[in-house]
Design a protein around this ligand. Sequence first.
Ligand code: NAP
Length: 497
Amino acid sequence: MLDKTMTDWQSQADQLKIEGRAFINGRYADALSGQTRPTNNPGNGRKLADVALCGIEDADLAVEGARAAFESGDWSRMAPMDRKMVLVRWAELIEKHADELALLETLDVGKPISDTTNVDVPATVRTIRWSGEAIDKVYDEIPPTPADTLALIQRLPLGVVAAIVPWNFPLSTTAWKLAPSLATGNSVILKPASNTPLSALFIAGLASEAGLPDGVLQVLPGPGGSLGRHLALHMDIDGLTFTGSTPVGKMLMEYSGQSNLKRTFLELGGKSPNIVFADSNLEKAAGMAAAAVFYNGGQTCTAGTRLIVEEKIQDKFLEMVSECAKSWMPGNPLDPATAMGPMIDAGQCKTVADYVDIGRGEGAEIIFGGSQVMQDSGGYYHEPSIFSGVDNAMRIAQEEIFGPVLSVLSFKTAEEAIRIANDSIYGLAGAVWSNNINTAHKVAEAVRVGTMGINNYFGGDITVPFGGFKQSGNGRDKSIHAFHDYTELKTTWIELM
Ligand code: NAP
């Protein structure tokens, strides 16, 4: 697949048939209102497809179908080993369509084709297959009660779950939500981000082909502020799983409280610290410091946007990181050599440019990049950009920019590095680089984040949980722990005669 050239991908793109209808009760269907909304290619700013604009009436229809599917027991009470077979078949079908799906994701999101082929699609396949494979190996519990009683502690599906996801990793985030929620027997209604609905619509049809009963998975594209809000307030939805920004996450908690206290799990924003000690492998640390913030154009919740460097190596290390930044200059996402594509839309590109101005105004110094580029393409490209002389109180050190902007800070002692790292409303991820295991472990333990790397960034796979401390959220995606978010604990107490 990677031996394809940009021309090959472009001609495949020209032939691509794109499904923009919603997926409701086992079929692709227009929105009941007949309304659509265009989705654009951020690589060139041109319209890619018209997509169903679902509203409240579509949501109600989907909830009715999801509830009927759940109550029928066809999926919710299916033997876990049979559910496993369906999910594994679904993963295989996605794998079979890997090229087409990777291309679709690149066109809709602007992700480099080398990322969608090597990361997003394989990760999606792995997540669905792993959850399917795991679900018939999880046992319930029998507690140590007195001899004349028997108690069962079971994990039962929540019922109908709504999943609302963002635009930065549409496919893999969707898989992180769907795989465990479906594996545990729920019926699920997914609302993709308005900017990036296509890959979720594509894989929904494959789920049906794999044998998922009608109504168990539905995909409704539409606006968060109306459709998403309606789902979050719905009295017949039992669970809500969300990935997105912290302000919207807070609203969802309120909607849950205002409606039926649906179980609400949030994966939110970040401003992750990447701490580099002088005794680390500086070459490796510099390469990863650049990748940590510029990968996916910085539109990554775990992006290492605060580089916290031991003062005595700061100048030398910044030169090394700046050198590495050169390999992240943006390019056409269909070119297999491109490492960084465009921002998702014109608004996000402007936000990044505004933060560059804000940083300059706060007194920090741009030492690399700082401008929008490739305007002739019609797309939304911004250079990788590095600020030095940043104080942690500045907005560019506190606020999530969600673009390729690195803020560099310095420290003298491990205690100071920990204090700076923890001085944030967020607690999603981070890393520490040191060849002294005592220092590295002490710092890793003290930094209050859900995932911490030692001498790596972005480490982890489907076997480990992922989620945030503090205002980065309260849920956990991935691993067996994700099953807990989609199930209720039920006790049955039996008196034996
Ligand atoms: P967002 O604005 O919060 O939107 C996320 C989703 O919520 C979209 O589907 C959006 O719909 C919907 N939405 C918006 N307002 C809503 C409302 N009032 N009620 C219900 N749903 C609503 O986030 P984004 O800009 O798409 O994504 C970027 C954010 O996601 C960043 O903060 C990033 O850190 C975070 N993120 C976190 C993780 C993690 O695992 N912790 C992973 C990836 C991204 P529309 O698209 O129609 O607006």
